[in-house]
Design a binder for this molecule. Sequence first.
Ligand code: OGA
Ligand code: CA
Ligand code: FE2
Length: 528
Amino acid sequence: MGFALLKASTTLLLMITFVVGLAFSQEDQSSNLDEGTIDRTNDVRHSQFTESINDATEETQEPLQALYMIDPVAIGYVQNVKVTPYRTVEMTTVAKNPPLFEVRNLISREECDSLIAYGESVGLTRSKVVTAEFDEKYGVYTKDGSTTSYNQTEWGATFAKYDEDANGLLDYKEVQACLPGYTTDEGELSIAEIQRLFLDFDLDADSDLHLGLNEFWAMHSRDVEAMMKNWFSLRTAGQIDMSVASKGRGRISDQTWVDWRNLPGGLLNDLGDRLSGLTKLDPNILQTSEHMQVARYFPGGHYHAHYDTEEFDTDKECIHTKTVFEGVHHTHPKGRLCRYITIMYYLSDVEEGGETAFPLANNETFDQQVYDDISGKICDLSNHCYEANAVVKPEKGMAVMWYNHKRHPQTGWLGPVDKYSLHGGCDVRKGVKWIANNWITVDDVYARQQKLHEWSSPKPSGEEGAISTIGEEDDRVVSGLSSVDGTNERASGAASGSERYSTETVESGKLSDQLIDHADREQSKTEL
Ligand code: OGA
Ligand code: CA
Ligand code: FE2
């Protein structure tokens, strides 16, 4: 089978299943959630909105619709789906946990070329400092490596003390040993905490998940003592959220954001229809989802395993709605990513490497503690790509699609993060890899998502529109109107079929601008 390498990762499976007590079991996905309405009483996600926003439309709300989720049926199962009157795509199931598919014929090779060309014309930016820039920043060595601003022999000796296996790199465990004296309530720094330190202080400049000598030196040159003290006081005050699952573990790539609903020359102008046809989600969900991210990896480029989304958290709100309702900046600390589905297109073939790996796909249990212990290894896709349970090979024009969230067992709306959706891009060894990410966003607070739909699809004039309830930020938002031709044909005749969704021609652009903001959030996050 050419579609994917699949294997039972025996060691991993063993390690994960032996702690049975805390096992996290996959919720039933074959439930009757696909049709009809569901109960939304007694659920914080639905009460929270009315409490905090005091939504006047509560009584007039229609019953919740369950989010559609495609049945993966079985690994290797092929289904042909007519997504528009003119297009049938072929979906092949790669995994059931998470539901993961290879999708062919969703976009054409020509559309891939156009997306790349458009991305290049907009310009791409590097996600992370690379070694040369890092060295320049910290004065470690000049580009020819001839001079150093620290005594290499001296630091080399200190480094060697901690480099137990003498491989010239400190892994999480070795770093743990070189940061003694810092203890938490539970004892010494956990591996998970070390991982957070790597991210929070950008210690791992070259994104190989280890500290090399230069990185080790740079850490100390930055007053590690003060840095740790500060980090610990935040940690003690509960301000470091250790449950954040989505923090990337390092990425070397260049990317840009593309408004896929308003591409020049009508490029991909029916993509919203294709996607609602494919996912069977309300077209309004597609119309209010994020912009597309176009990314490029050169040889050595990768994206270590991560989650694309974040777990429900009462202290934070989905950023795709928050930016619209409150006009807040996309990096707002009270925002979080709410990405139900990822659809990632391969815009190019890759000569060697560049696979997309899913280390936990198809596992049957998930234990956070076990995961924390082994994540340093399984998330390191430079070295452990082919140990992942599912590995998809790039193929120009093919898309990979998976669900990042499960559905809420009671309401059928957006539920917890699917822990098996952990994934990333393996090292490109030869050639250049281009991808585009289409993230389908859904607010787990149902009423907020509904509000977003009303906002993007105003009622006919004369009726009070949803916008009037959003607040004073509106002026700013509405004045952002900037669409290319001022109009945007709404997706019509698509999955939902509900009369409440306007099929008239409406102005677009204001939402679009907010979504750019939202999209930038990701970029500035990775640039931290
Ligand atoms: C991403 C991602 C995987 C890949 O961009 O979020 O997971 O194969 N990419 O590039
Ligand atoms: Ca490193
Ligand atoms: Fe991702």
